[in-house]
Design a protein around this ligand. Structure first.
Ligand code: ADP
Ligand code: MG
Length: 277
């Protein structure tokens, strides 16, 4: 089982698009996948046709301790479940402030779900902030995937993100690794995209071996800018249902193949936790 947090504190970089379509691609390639929508805006839920209503069971109920993940998950297509968000989730940031063990609520809920109804992949779509919801995702995850749009400031933002993961690694989740960088909204054939990608690869190569991102790979599959990816959410469908022959479907399909190829390398890594944040 792999638990992947898709994280970037910036909005509009492709977190939701990548979470949904990577989850759908993995499901299509035969894995059981559960997508967890941790953004109060509920974009992943909407993308898969589930309205994030306040009166529907959602991940909010998991954080408030009234329901289990198993009780709130919806099967949206073969092998693919979603744990929807709701607008109430915005309140979770405030409500959890004084709670004990507030950083490990999601992790504990996931461990319970894994005993009752296991899946092969959990993909968490994080909100564009580094609040308690993102901290819960990073504490529950084994791996972080970072979507990046290759432009001039991308590397600066990345350093901040990597520092955050290092903090979580030290305090809450020793086994957390940044394992993948996904280049999204990629402008094929531009000098800038190619230069930023080269800089990124050499930056990662120079990272000290004891950092959580020392073995991060920049996925070879670049997610090209493709209008079909932007249209799919309004139909409540992943790109594979909406336009299975589009460049977007091709790119996310190839990305999933790379993600699956990492399985062997990851085998045998056990998780551990400490609660002294
Ligand atoms: P985030 O979750 O990081 O805020 P989104 O995945 O919602 O980012 O993407 C931001 C916007 O860009 C959305 O409107 C989305 O449909 C669009 N988008 C994302 N990736 C692509 C792409 N590869 N090609 C075209 N549009 C994209
Ligand atoms: Mg989003």
């Amino acid at each position: 089982m792999r638990r992947i947090a898709v994280m970037n504190q910036k909005g509009g970089v492709g977190k939701t698009t990548s979470s949904v379509n990577l989850a759908a691609a993995l499901a299509q390639q035969g894995r059981k996948v559960c997508l967890v929508d941790l953004d109060p805006q509920g974009h992943s839920s909407l993308h898969l046709g589930v309205e994030p209503h306040s009166d529907e069971p959602s991940v909010y109920d998991v954080f408030s301790g009234t329901r289990s993940l198993k009780d709130v998950r919806h099967l949206v297509s073969e092998n693919l479940w979603i744990i929807p968000a709701s607008l109430d989730l915005a309140a979770t940031e405030v409500e959890l402030v004084d709670a004990q063990n507030r950083e490990i609520v999601l992790r504990q809920a996931m461990e319970k779900m894994m005993q009752e109804q296991p899946v092969d992949y959990i993909v968490m779509d994080c909100p564009p902030s580094l609040g308690v919801l993102t901290v819960n995702a990073l504490t529950a995850a084994d791996e972080v995937f970072i979507p990046l749009q290759p432009h001039f400031f991308a590397l600066q933002g990345l350093s901040k993100l990597l520092e955050t993961t290092a903090l979580i690694t030290r305090r809450l989740n020793r086994n957390l690794k940044v394992s993948g960088i996904m280049l999204c909204l990629y402008e094929t054939g531009t000098r800038l995209a190619a230069d930023v990608t080269d800089d990124l690869i050499s930056f990662l190569r120079q990272s000290p071996p004891d950092t959580p991102w020392a073995n991060a790979q920049v996925f070879n599959s670049r997610i090209r800018r493709n209008i079909k990816l932007a249209e799919a959410p309004s139909f409540g469908q992943s790109i594979f249902e909406y336009q299975p022959k589009s460049a977007g479907a091709l790119d996310y399909g190839a990305l999933a193949t790379e993600v699956l190829a990492m399985e062997k390398a990851n085998a045998g890594v056990d998780s551990d936790i400490s609660t002294t944040f």
